[in-house]
Design a protein. Structure first.
Length: 288
């Protein structure tokens, strides 16, 4: 079951721009200590488009090893070519990941039939599949009807909804039985109020315990507490998207001494205006 708080973990780089695997292990331990349900490496937040295949494989191997069965690992192994996604997914299966996150193929904008065939072929690998609907990045939405078709496959178990449309939770659940996770921290509680069962979170890189408490309150139907936590954390949820993800979260983590603030082009540092805004929010939450 895919349920609770899952962290879309960043990929830390050292000052030379190389993946910092020691720091990555430290970040995994921080997530375990906070009671996170699972971790999602090599996704968008992990800057997967800038990683080589070898780096992608090694990041996943290190995360699985560091997690050591103490939480689920959902590997980002999507791509806009089936052959590439299959290679990444087969590696994730061999590495011991618990599931795979499969993003909508980007740029080539396939039809709904093409999406159905693509995701079905990936589900046939045998690893549980979490579909990832994020039309703002991919240029193509996975239609609710296509989600319902795919849910008939025994290995398609969940969907990460990052469309910004909370009504899709109800639309999906009216047509099929599949776990729905929010893909947007600021919409986690709205989505859970109508049936979503958790979040794949960016903010939990920095404040895993706070996000866990908020989500667990909602899972326990304590929406008074969940709403209160949402309101308290909302400024951070908002400001983590003042620039393209993962730029703000890596800036925030660096400000808090967790990682080096290093990106790979075409991603680069926050503007001074955005940096001041983020600092003010971090100060307001007592994080710096």
């Amino acid at each position: 079951m895919i349920r609770g708080t899952y962290t879309a973990i960043v990929t830390p780089f050292d000052q030379s721009g190389a993946v910092d695997y020691g720091k990555l292990r430290e970040l995994v331990e921080k997530q375990v200590a906070a009671g996170i349900s699972g971790i999602v490496p090599v996704g968008t937040t992990g800057e997967s488009p800038t990683l080589t295949f070898d780096e992608h494989f090694e990041v996943l191997d290190v995360v699985v090893e560091a997690a050591a069965g103490r939480m689920q690992v959902i590997a980002g192994t999507g791509g806009n070519a089936l052959k590439e996604a299959l290679e990444l997914t087969r590696h994730a299966l061999q590495a011991g990941a618990d599931a795979t996150l499969q993003v909508t193929p980007y740029y080539n904008k396939p039809s709904q039939e093409g999406l159905y065939r693509h995701f079905s072929a990936l589900a046939d690998v045998g690893l549980p599949v979490v579909l990832y609907n994020v039309p703002g990045r991919t240029g193509r939405e996975i239609a609710v009807e296509t989600v319902a078709r795919l849910a008939q496959h025994p290995k398609v178990v969940a969907v990460k909804e990052a469309s910004g449309d909370a009504t899709r939770v109800s639309s999906i659940q009216a047509l099929c039985e599949i776990d729905v996770l929010s893909g947007d921290d600021s919409l986690t509680i709205p989505m859970m109020s109508v049936g979503a069962c958790g979040v794949i979170s960016v903010a939990s890189n920095l404040i895993p315990g706070d996000v866990v408490n908020m989500v667990n309150a909602a899972l326990a139907d304590d929406f008074v507490k969940a709403k209160s936590e949402h309101q308290r954390l909302y400024p951070l949820f908002r400001d983590l998207f003042i620039d393209s993800n993962p730029i703000p979260i890596k800036a925030a983590m660096a400000r808090c001494g967790l990682i080096e603030e290093v990106y790979r082009l075409p991603l680069c540092e926050l503007s001074e205006q955005h940096r001041l805004q983020l600092d003010a929010t971090l100060c307001g939450l007592g994080l710096i």
